[in-house]
Design a protein around this ligand. Structure first.
Ligand code: HEM
Length: 209
């Protein structure tokens, strides 16, 4: 039963995440494109019934995922079985940290948690050594976790070679997306001028927080 609920909740979260990552890829077209995409998309996921459901699903996903890891501790065999637990553990850490930061930024600091909010920590002089792997591993872990789950679900219908190839392909796609998104937010593709309210002490103008 818990596995079935974990899968249903994963599906609901994925509906959000696919567009969330597409939103971040829109940063390839510039900061304005990213912000315009997010403003439109927010009308869906910030709707009064949708956002609490999404946040509840994330909390349930983290709790049920940790339960599975603890229950099968020391019993996992093979690359994909272990990769599923490892990527799930990282996603649990990331989601708790990421959501706390976004909600704190929005409700306590009163910030618009847009492109600049995520980009601030990645700029030179801030904490790129932490935030680059932090975001990149999140995208990679999401694709890895999904790939391992789908590989297991199709184990009776598809040959092992086909499942392994598809899973490795999905992980490679995740890595490519991770590097592309982090590059755009870090200012590698074009300069990122942070408005003063987002500065973490690394802007020419003095920070206001
Ligand atoms: C490069 C990677 C990522 C960046 C830069 C990023 C950035 C952001 C930002 C700026 C927000 C605030 C959105 C808003 O204010 O409307 C946000 C919200 C959120 N992100 Fe991410 N994100 C990343 C990856 C992920 C991944 C991989 C997941 C899940 C697996 C995720 C899940 C969420 C969730 C659940 C929210 C909360 C939505 C809400 O209710 O406001 N993010 N993210």
């Amino acid at each position: 039963m818990l596995h079935r609920l974990h899968r249903i909740s994963a599906l609901l979260i994925s509906l959000y995440v696919v567009f969330h990552l597409a939103n971040h890829l829109a940063a390839l077209g510039g900061v304005e494109t990213h912000i315009a995409f997010m403003q439109n998309y927010r009308q869906v996921y910030r709707a009064s019934l949708v956002e609490p459901l999404l946040l509840a699903c994330v909390l349930f996903q983290v709790g049920s995922g940790i339960t599975f890891i603890v229950r099968r501790r020391g019993q996992r065999r093979g690359f994909f079985d272990r990769a599923q637990a490892l990527s799930g553990a990282y996603l649990a850490f990331f989601l708790l940290f990421h959501l706390s930061a976004v909600l704190y930024g929005r409700f306590v600091q009163g910030l618009d948690t847009n492109f600049y909010f995520a980009a601030a920590g990645l700029q030179p002089g801030a904490y790129p050594g932490f935030f680059m792997p932090y975001y990149a591993l999140a995208v990679l872990a999401y694709f890895t976790h999904l790939a391992c789950g789908l590989s297991w679900l199709t184990r009776r219908r598809l040959p092992t070679v086909a499942r392994d190839r598809a899973a490795i392909g999905a992980m490679a796609l995740g890595l490519l997306l991770a590097v592309t998104i982090v590059a755009a937010f870090s200012g590698v593709l074009y300069p990122v001028e942070l408005p003063a309210e987002y500065c973490l002490g690394n802007c020419s103008e003095p920070p206001v927080r």
